[in-house]
Design a protein around this ligand. Structure first.
Ligand code: GLA
Ligand code: ZN
Length: 657
């Protein structure tokens, strides 16, 4: 198990190296990540490569028993390169050049940039291919992050038109699929097709979806070029990874494609960042971990675990004592096997003066250092448990075409794609059930429950997969707007909603309503849910049940005859349709019924107390994390505020878990 820190020795005077490495080692670390932004240090002018600085660092690290993950430095290219080839700089949607001075401002499609990237990466990796102390290569840094997924330069424009000409047989087919007859936008040739840059009103939804696909393709082809090169140059003992950022549903970038080519996935876990007054909710953080595990259906690394408050120009929330440490335990609970904290010491100069690390600018060890030290000391005793495989009966399914379709047209000003996934993930998370979060590209037939949040893009093929899953005994939970669009981002024609799943849901939907800020609608339980009530926000589908039973209906003047939540017994399975943005408690009750009916392992725990069960050897272990600021007594165990414990299930006084 690797436990360590992100370390930037180039930020500090040479004499700091020894004391840093010694203190990093004494803290219990056994790995450091270096190099990811140091291109100029390795190529200070074109063609003059010099790795002597890092040769020394790696040599000294070896003497402190510190292994190395080395980052290829292509996220931050040298000023001389920007000066010589301005074309490598990306452009924003207004056509403005993203000038040198930040990071990641290169164009993924720039052939010139790809050539320079290849040269530095080839020289670097070949230089260290026999370096036994380097165990892994990190490719670049957070592809697509901080707005770098989009570039509107002339080259990207031409490549986008080429991308479309390869996708569509001819421009007539594109016109037909896009419906360009609308607003007289018919193209005579691909060269007439614009970038979806700012215009009056809005662009064609089908074009915008193809644009998102093209952006993802641009990043993924750049990434693959670099991954293939590293694999060709590296030593057999060295693995290849990339550190994905959070906010992965907000980018024109499908991470699954790059993940295919990696030996393992790495993730940068920042439950809170600049400007935020409080962290993401525990269920949201947990879902991001389950998503990362789902990329390759295997455990992953975290190469940047937040320890200090973060922010570039505006700093975010200060993690409370042991809260950041608890987040690191939570990561391990959800399948992180190796973890590095960001970062050894915050840099006193440059853009990240306020991205604080373990050691602050006083260069003294303090609270954060002690938290990391005790964390390392504890988790390394539990390596076998933390490397065990997580098996889930439940999966949340997502699809990037669908995600992008929602980002293109929100339909309700209150709609947030990630929050709609969290809405349906949370009820099962609160039961402490294991949950996978995977793309619909993966085979989901092995699960017992699939949760399908706001899957508005459903084509015939996906409809058939859902039908087979239900017929064979699976439980499906759809939420609102399911099946309204085809894979071209156009509304289905001459089909009653929800298209391709109408039979298995046993309902039809003829009208719906977008609910804006402050709008909410009462809902009332029916049948076994009689007497229960709640509300919905964001959206509501006015459901007419055909074969399905009604669990909740709307409780307002005109639509009290319409169902809000339904259940249809189809084949050997059950198909729920949650037609609105309903309260958490309503979904919690339904999740409880489903889990009990199917005998899915759950654990009742107080609000804020997260428990993951891991099997290791013949034992079941509980990884317990208290996300609340209050002490919680649980099964005879005292959980301090933001406390974490790893203990045998049998150590709990009752086995009613
Ligand atoms: C990201 C980047 C790091 C650093 C941190 C600051 O995760 O990968 O280089 O900028 O954010 O929080
Ligand atoms: Zn570009």
């Amino acid at each position: 198990m690797y436990l360590g820190v992100d370390y930037y020795p180039e930020h500090w005077e040479g004499h700091m190296l020894e004391q840093d490495l010694e203190r990093i080692r004494n803290m219990g670390a056994n790995i450091i990540r270096i190099g990811e932004f140091a291109w100029h240090l390795m190529e200070s002018s074109e063609g003059s490569y010099d790795f002597s600085f890092f040769d020394n660092v790696i040599q000294r690290a070896k003497e402190y028993d510190l292994k190395v993950m080395f980052g290829t430095p292509t996220a931050t290219f040298p000023a001389w390169l920007a000066k010589k080839h301005q074309s490598v700089l990306s452009k924003d949607e207004y056509g403005y050049i993203r000038v040198f001075g930040g990071r990641r401002q290169y164009c993924y499609n720039s052939d010139i940039y790809r050539e320079y990237s290849k040269k530095i990466v080839e020289k670097l990796v070949e230089h260290y291919q026999n370096e036994k102390n380097i165990v892994a290569w990190q490719i670049d840094n957070e592809f697509g992050h901080e707005g770098s997924d989009l570039c509107y330069c002339e080259l990207c424009h031409r490549k986008f038109q080429q991308f479309l000409s390869e996708k569509y047989r001819d421009v007539d087919e594109l016109n037909k699929v896009y419906g360009t007859i609308f607003w007289g936008q018919t193209y005579n040739k691909f060269e007439e097709i614009p970038l979806p840059q700012p215009t009056i009103t809005t662009h064609n939804p089908a074009l915008r979806l193809d644009w998102a696909r093209f952006r993802s393709h641009s990043i993924n082809t750049y990434a693959k070029m670099q991954i293939d090169l590293v694999k060709a140059c590296k030593g057999e003992h060295q693995e290849v990874t990339h550190n994905f950022s959070g906010g992965f549903f907000d980018k024109a970038y499908d991470l699954n494609v790059v993940a295919e080519d990696l030996d393992f996935v790495s993730y940068d876990n920042y439950p809170v960042w600049g400007g935020l007054s409080e962290p993401l909710k525990p269920e949201h953080i947990a879902m991001t971990h389950d998503y990362m595990r789902g990329l390759k259906n295997k455990n992953y690394w975290i190469v940047e675990e937040l320890m200090g408050a973060q922010g570039h120009n505006v700093i975010g929330y200060l993690p409370r004592p042991n809260q950041a440490k608890m987040w690191a335990y939570q990561a391990m609970a959800h399948g992180c096997e190796n973890l590095l904290f960001f970062r050894w010491r915050g840099m006193t100069r440059g853009a990240e003066q306020f991205c604080l690390g373990i050691i602050d600018q006083n260069n003294e060890t303090g609270r954060k250092h002690e938290e990391v030290k005790s964390y390392i000391e504890d988790v390394k005793k539990h390596e076998t448990i933390l490397k065990s495989v997580i098996k889930s009966d439940i999966a949340v399914l997502y699809d990037y075409d669908n995600n992008w379709s929602w980002h293109i047209q929100q339909q309700s000003a209150e709609f947030n794609f990630t929050q709609e996934l969290v809405r349906l993930y949370a009820p099962f998370y609160r039961l402490n059930a294991n949950i996978d979060v995977v793309s619909i590209e993966k085979d989901f037939s092995r699960y017992r429950v699939i949760i399908v949040p706001v899957m508005q893009v459903i084509d015939e093929e996906l409809g058939r997969r859902f039908e087979a899953f239900a017929r064979n005994g699976g439980t499906i939970i759809f939420s609102f707007r399911a099946g309204i669009k085809d894979r071209d981002n156009n509304l289905h024609f001459e089909k009653v909603y929800p298209c391709h799943i109408r039979t298995i849901t046993g309902i039809k939907i003829l009208e719906s309503e977008a609910l804006q800020r402050g709008q909410q609608v009462q809902v009332a339980g029916v049948g076994e849910y009689e007497g229960k009530e709640g509300k919905c926000t964001v959206w509501r589908d006015l459901i007419t049940p055909e074969k399905a039973q009604v669990l909740y209906r709307y409780d307002d003047k005109f639509y009290r005859e319409n169902a809000c939540i339904t259940l249809n017994h189809y084949g050997a399975g059950n198909v729920y349709y949650v037609g609105a943005g309903v309260d958490g408690q309503i979904l919690q009750d339904i999740a409880r019924v489903i889990a009990d009916d199917l005998g899915i392992r759950t654990i009742d725990s107080p609000e804020g107390l997260e428990i993951m069960i891991r099997e290791a050897g013949q034992e079941e272990w509980c990884i317990i994390n208290n996300h609340s600021e209050d002490e919680i007594m649980f099964n005879g165990i005292k959980m301090a505020a933001y406390g974490s414990k790893i203990l045998k299930r049998s150590e709990l006084i009752t086995t009613t878990l």
